[in-house]
Design a protein around this ligand. Structure first.
Ligand SMILES: Cc1cc2nc3c(=O)[nH]c(=O)nc-3n(C[C@H](O)[C@H](O)[C@H](O)COP(=O)(O)OP(=O)(O)OC[C@H]3O[C@@H](n4cnc5c(N)ncnc54)[C@H](O)[C@@H]3O)c2cc1C
Length: 419
């Protein structure tokens, strides 16, 4: 679930900026100049917040509810930055007012830099939001957005004083934001935002129905994680390209780390067809805040297909004295595709506090809120919900649960995509 702390902090910054900009506006500027430079300043702050999120710092995971949520916010903020920048661009006076010192207030190079920034921002956003572009191509092109931010800094720091006084309170705020933004950019572009890599060796590659289980043996040490967290997996060797995120499906404390990877595209197919035991793998993490351990005692876990992986880790980690009452609804297309079903049945029987409900769509059974309402012993709003699965399933269930009066803060979901 998206946590609101981060949103409030970012909104708070914008409110302070607007209050400073409007409250302490110099009387020598007309309202149009004051208003449109304020919009430009908001675009600047939003772009800075977006860059700050790409640092992947753990504190922001706490504020936003995990890296997947941070990236969603990063994307939305980018769109709003472009909207504010467009209104700023079309609204800001293009000529200096009469009486302004033409030497002190020269528009070059601020105006062309601003225009370039806007053009690249719109192109960059078009690429960033286009899901048809392959991830391996998308990733390096997205990094160019860092240069777009540098253009923005250039535009702001060379702006004529008639439009923005860098040493007015709101201007100082933007100067500080610019320094934080550039530090964040350097941190991310040079890869300092990636958690320390821990090296593992592939011990086994097991072919399951439409998925592959990869078992990793630590070379020196393993990584500390909570059940439900994910990590970036980077296979060493030619042709393995960039790191890919996967939920850790083993339990913390086990001597092997396991990932269960659905075959979706080139990389996951290569894992299934070509990956051999003995290869070295770098794992960076953990990330994510899909945490059911600190929620209420009555929980419903809804897994769709490969969305089982976070729950698999949770089931494997659970102790027999766990006080929670859990219903695990595992929806798959058909029984053959329901990986680890036998293990889950055994584990549920062993633990005693988990009711396993397998549903197969080829038999006409789907995860549905009206069925849950009929079958669950207590009212729907007395449970806390954790979901992971295909987007339409998660969105549909969330909508229906809200209609049934389940508060939003009792519905948690993990997104298996960043863009
Ligand atoms: C937090 C998180 C947890 C995940 N956990 C699991 C899991 O436990 N099991 C599982 O099977 N899948 C999981 N996934 C999805 C998995 O990362 C993708 O299916 C995999 O990267 C696809 O790679 P591909 O080249 O084979 O497929 P493609 O067809 O290239 O990509 C399929 C989808 O994966 C995305 N993707 C591709 N490469 C990357 C990358 N390097 N980084 C981020 N996204 C990428 C693409 O945007 C696209 O939406 C998880 C994803 C996220 C974000």
């Amino acid at each position: 679930m998206l946590r609101k702390t981060g949103i409030y902090v970012f909104l708070g910054l914008i409110v302070v900026f607007v209050a400073l900009h409007l409250g302490l506006a110099s009387e020598q500027y007309d309202p149009r100049t004051t208003g449109t430079t304020m919009l430009g300043g908001i675009a600047f702050l939003l772009m800075t917040c977006s860059i700050i999120l790409s640092t992947r710092l753990s504190i922001f995971e706490n504020w936003f509810g995990g890296l997947d949520r941070m990236y969603q916010v990063h994307r939305v903020i980018g769109v709003f930055a472009a909207l504010f920048a467009l209104v700023h661009f079309f609204g800001v006076p293009k000529e200096l007012p009469q009486g302004a010192d033409p030497v002190l207030n020269v528009l070059v190079p601020s105006a062309p830099l601003g225009m370039l920034w806007l053009i690249f921002l719109v192109i960059g956003l078009f690429i960033a939001l286009n899901r048809k572009i392959r991830y391996s191509f998308w990733r390096p092109t997205h990094k160019i957005m860092g240069l777009v931010y540098v253009l923005l800094l250039g535009h702001f720091f060379t702006a004529p004083p008639i439009f923005v006084e860098q040493f007015s309170p709101s201007g100082v705020m933007l100067v500080v934001a610019g320094f934080v933004g550039i530090l964040s950019l350097v941190y991310s572009v040079f890869g300092m935002n990636r958690r320390t890599a821990v090296t593992f060796t592939i011990e086994a590659v097991n072919a399951l129905e439409r998925a592959t289980e990869v078992v990793l043996k630590p070379v020196d040490r393993s990584i500390d994680f909570q059940p439900g967290q994910f990590a970036f997996v980077e296979i060493e060797g030619n042709g393995w390209s960039e790191p890919h995120p996967f939920t850790i499906s083993s339990a913390p404390g086990e001597d092997r780390l396991q990932f269960t990877m659905k075959v979706l595209g080139d990389w996951t197919r290569k894992v299934r067809e070509e990956l051999e035991p003995g290869a070295n793998v770098k794992v960076r993490g953990p990330y994510g805040r899909f945490d059911a351990a600190h929620a209420g005692h009555k929980q419903i876990w809804l897994a769709g297909g490969i969305g089982l992986t976070p729950f698999l880790s949770k089931m494997r980690a659970m102790q027999p004295d766990d006080p929670r009452q859990i219903h695990l609804v595992y929806a798959a297309r058909e029984m053959e595709e329901a990986i680890f079903l036998e293990e889950l049945k055994d584990r549920a029987a062993e633990l005693g506090n988990v009711t396993l409900v397998p549903l197969f769509s080829d038999e006409g059974n789907f995860a549905r809120v009206d069925m849950m309402k009929q079958k669950l012993p207590d009212p729907l709003d007395s449970y806390e919900y954790f979901m992971c699965g295909p987007k339409p399933m998660v969105e549909g269930l969330t909508k229906d649960l809200k209609i049934e009066g389940v508060p939003r803060d009792k519905i948690h979901s993990e997104a298996f995509e960043f863009r």
